[in-house]
Design a protein. Structure first.
Length: 157
């Protein structure tokens, strides 16, 4: 039995770095992921597909580890990085996108969208308790990721 937790996040922020620098960082999946907290292992599966293995959370007796794969496609002309879930790998499906826009040379606007689901191996009766905890933890990780990216890109405007 498993509980499926839906995740839908959206963020917009401006950084001091030039759009080309921002795109170069975000399009380089291993470099971008190096700023994401609590990633245990990132595996290049080829053809733009990367498998994420997050650190286990919980206690020794009861813990969960989120594992998933996504296929990444970067478009330098449009300044976008998009990823789609790869079915059959792990216990989550995660997709999303980055959209990078030049703010007339003053700063660079970054728009991040993430959509996904995580399957947690617990009985359905636990959903009301588990869903906000899992969603909240994911949100905290993404917010720390953005904070780390902002620091790497010269700070937030």
């Amino acid at each position: 039995m498993a509980i499926t937790v839906g995740i839908e996040l959206g963020y917009e922020f401006d950084v001091k770095a030039k759009p080309e620098e921002v795109f170069a960082l975000l399009a380089d999946v291993p470099e971008s992921v190096s700023h994401f907290p609590k990633v245990d292992k990132l595996t290049d599966m080829g053809e733009g597909v990367y498998k994420w293995e997050m650190q286990k959370v919980g206690t020794k007796q009861v813990n969960i580890q989120t594992v998933y794969a996504s296929k990444y496609v970067s478009d330098e002309a449009k300044r976008t990085v998009k990823w789609a879930p790869v079915k059959g790998v792990g216990n989550a499906l995660v997709g999303g996108s980055w959209k990078i826009t030049d703010n007339k040379g003053k700063s660079t606007k970054c728009v991040l969208k993430i959509d996904g689901t995580v399957d947690v191996p617990l009985p359905a009766v636990m959903k009301v308790i588990v869903e906000p905890v899992v969603a909240g933890e994911f949100e905290k990780l993404v917010e720390k990721y953005i904070e780390n990216l902002c620091a790497a890109l010269g700070g937030e405007v």
